[in-house]
Ligand binder design. Structure first.
Ligand SMILES: CC(C)(COP(=O)(O)OP(=O)(O)OC[C@H]1O[C@@H](n2cnc3c(N)ncnc32)[C@H](O)[C@@H]1OP(=O)(O)O)[C@@H](O)C(=O)NCCC(=O)NCCS
Length: 147
């Protein structure tokens, strides 16, 4: 077993990434949409066990002050062995920015807490579909947020 983390976007099989997102689980997104979002991110990382895609993550960054991490995902058969931590730390370190922000999937906050992340007290988000985001635990309900 040889685990490697690669930035080579041209070698990614996007159908394999789609499958990884479904199995992890991190939601069903088409291979084409995943390719667009990963290609449009300044940093995109892909973890392999030999040639098998077993993890990924991406980030947007100004390379000085802030990096925002998205879509950290590890194959369920490889979870709990330090790969998720390695991906998050590599995204932060490659960006070189002083501060890192992310939004956890509800229920995965303690994974990020183990890595030193703390809840923000004033972060806000405007979703295309706020009712969906509220129902899925990403934002407060309109009634509790003063809107
Ligand atoms: C969340 C996820 C990326 C974690 O990856 P992983 O490789 O299993 O995590 P690691 O083995 O690197 O864990 C690092 C640390 O976090 C802890 N941890 C991992 N998952 C955890 C969880 N769900 N709750 C609490 N702690 C967790 C580990 O025990 C470990 O602690 P340690 O350093 O003290 O030993 C992975 O479970 C996953 O892909 N989940 C499905 C997709 C998802 O929810 N992604 C998050 C998007 S915001």
């Amino acid at each position: 077993m040889t685990i490697s983390i690669s930035q080579s976007i041209e070698s990614v099989n996007w159908t394999h990434l789609e499958d990884l997102f479904i199995r992890a689980p991190l939601g069903a997104r088409s291979a084409a949409l995943l390719e667009q979002t990963f290609r449009n991110s300044q940093i995109a990382l892909f973890a392999y066990d030999d040639n098998r895609l077993i993890g990924a993550g991406r980030a947007l960054t100004d390379k000085i002050n802030w990096t925002v991490v998205f879509d950290v995902v590890v194959d369920p058969e490889r979870q709990g062995r330090g790969l998720g931590k390695a991906i998050v730390e590599a995204l932060a370190s490659i960006s070189g920015a002083r501060n890192v922000m992310l939004q956890s999937v509800p229920g995965k906050e303690n994974f990020y807490a183990r890595l030193g992340y703390r809840p923000m007290t004033s972060a806000m988000a405007k979703y295309e579909n706020p009712d969906w985001a509220s129902a899925n635990g990403y934002i407060a309900s309109a009634s509790s947020s003063g809107t």
